[in-house]
Design a protein around this ligand. Structure first.
Ligand code: AP5
Ligand code: MG
Ligand code: ZN
Length: 209
């Protein structure tokens, strides 16, 4: 199955994609994670996108599409993939329709004030990539990853200013994709507000798995 995950920043796309990928054997591809890895490694791509990510703006379509094209061509994608955070613009969606059209577009729906709560409490493991929340998904020991024991960090773009910008960018550039996939008959809306167990159950029902 080829899936794309839509929805505002902080809706839980990454959290659900990680769970579903380990459950269903699909590749999990987060463009945000790929860009952050490039920044951490100091590659040319990383240098090009660092300030864009920190502000919460979008990386140019050309750069993003090239990255995804290369990634979905790898062998681990033959059994299907979850694209988490791509496409985010109409030109990206049109490029994907040409490269490898998705079977379903899952749209995680969450109100703005919940977005702010989710992002301001998020903590990330820089080593294994696990995501926590200080209130909603707390690690067993404060600020330590349950999975690998590494100290947790806060994403640069989870500061209030960048969160506001990411929401505005989402509404202007990404929300129009809902109509694109509705017209194709493959949009599935999921209420992202309940706790992670309930959201995951609703996701599996929507996918029929
Ligand atoms: P990206 O990394 O994709 O960021 P985003 O879309 O802003 O989404 P997030 O990762 O912040 O949220 P999420 O929905 O994954 O939520 P999460 O599961 O972490 O992109 C970052 C940047 O990269 C962009 O700003 C842009 O610059 C660039 N970029 C990426 N893709 C691009 C593209 N296609 N084109 C151009 N530029 C691109 O959950 C959030 C928090 O809530 C966590 O703390 C979690 O523990 C908690 N939580 C999750 N689910 C629940 C629940 N059900 N109940 C309570 N808490 C929950
Ligand atoms: Mg994410
Ligand atoms: Zn870890």
């Amino acid at each position: 199955m080829k899936l794309i995950f839509l929805g505002p920043p902080g809706a839980g796309k990454g959290t659900m994609a990680k769970r579903l990928a380990s459950h269903g054997g699909m590749a999990h591809i987060s463009t945000g994670d790929l860009f952050r890895e490039a920044v951490a490694q100091g590659t040319d791509l990383g240098k090009q996108v660092k300030s864009i990510l920190d502000r919460g703006d979008l990386v140019p379509d050309e750069v993003t599409v090239k990255l995804v094209q290369e990634r979905i061509g790898r062998p681990d994608c033959r059994r299907g993939f979850i694209l988490d955070g791509f496409p985010r613009t109409i030109p990206q969606a049109e490029a994907l329709d040409r490269l490898s059209p998705p079977d379903l577009a899952v749209n995680f729906v969450l109100a703005d004030d919940e977005v702010v709560k989710r992002l301001s409490g998020r903590r990330l493991c820089p080593s294994c990539g696990k995501t926590f929340h200080i209130l909603f998904v707390p690690p067993r020991k404060p600020d330590i990853c349950d999975g690998c024991g590494t100290g947790l960090v806060i994403r640069k773009d989870d500061q209030v200013e960048a969160i506001r910008n990411r929401l505005a960018v989402y509404k202007a550039q990404t929300e129009p994709l809902e109509a694109h996939y509705r017209d194709l008959g493959i949009l599935r809306n999921i209420d992202a507000a309940p706790d992670p167990e309930k959201v995951f159950a609703a996701l599996k029902t929507a996918l029929g798995v």
